[in-house]
Design a protein around this ligand. Structure first.
Ligand code: HEM
Length: 144
């Protein structure tokens, strides 16, 4: 079960990254072009939110199962990365995406709706890219 969860969490990164990138490009384009808010955008922003929340659930389960999370070994780069840096970075990023979605949903002006997604999802995307254990950065990490 542990290995299945790691594979699901690792592979789903690509779904979350592609959706986030698409959402940010669409939102910034529409914000700058001052074009409308459609049902298509709304669904894209919602599916993006769902993908990062799914990662949150899988990540929380892994946090309590993974041998790479160990707070008595924080002097080691690998344990510090998974126990603190990855977890904190991703939690902040997911909070940003969630705030962006709910503030955009509540905004009445269509340009403001796109601006809020563009900014909050954009910041979340940067933080997620910086917190992923990329194989060129973290020993033993995988591409999928
Ligand atoms: C969008 C958010 C997230 C993304 C894109 C993401 C991505 C990843 C990736 C790519 C790995 C490496 C898997 C591998 O080595 O093949 C990983 C591992 C891990 N993640 Fe996340 N993660 C996210 C959120 C979280 C959160 C919120 C937590 C904790 C609350 C978390 C906890 C972990 C743990 C503990 C591991 C190590 C699993 C192991 O190899 O034992 N992740 N994550």
């Amino acid at each position: 079960m542990y290995s299945g969860l790691v594979h699901a969490h690792s592979g789903l990164r690509w779904v979350a990254l592609i959706l986030l990138l698409a959402a940010v490009v669409v939102a910034i384009g529409k914000w700058q072009g001052r074009s409308g808010y459609t049902d298509g955008n709304r669904k894209l922003y919602l599916f993006t939110l769902i993908s990062v929340h799914t990662q949150l659930i899988l990540g929380l389960v892994l946090f309590f199962m993974s041998p790479k999370v160990n707070f008595s070994l924080l002097s080691d780069k690998l344990y510090r990365f998974y126990s603190v840096e990855h977890t904190a970075g991703m939690l902040i990023a997911i909070v940003l995406v969630t705030i962006g979605y709910s503030r955009s949903k509540r905004a009445s002006d269509t340009t403001a709706k796109q601006r809020l997604i563009g900014i909050f999802y954009g910041l979340g995307l940067v933080l997620i890219l910086a917190s992923i254990p990329w194989p060129f950065r973290i020993i033993g990490a995988n591409w999928f």
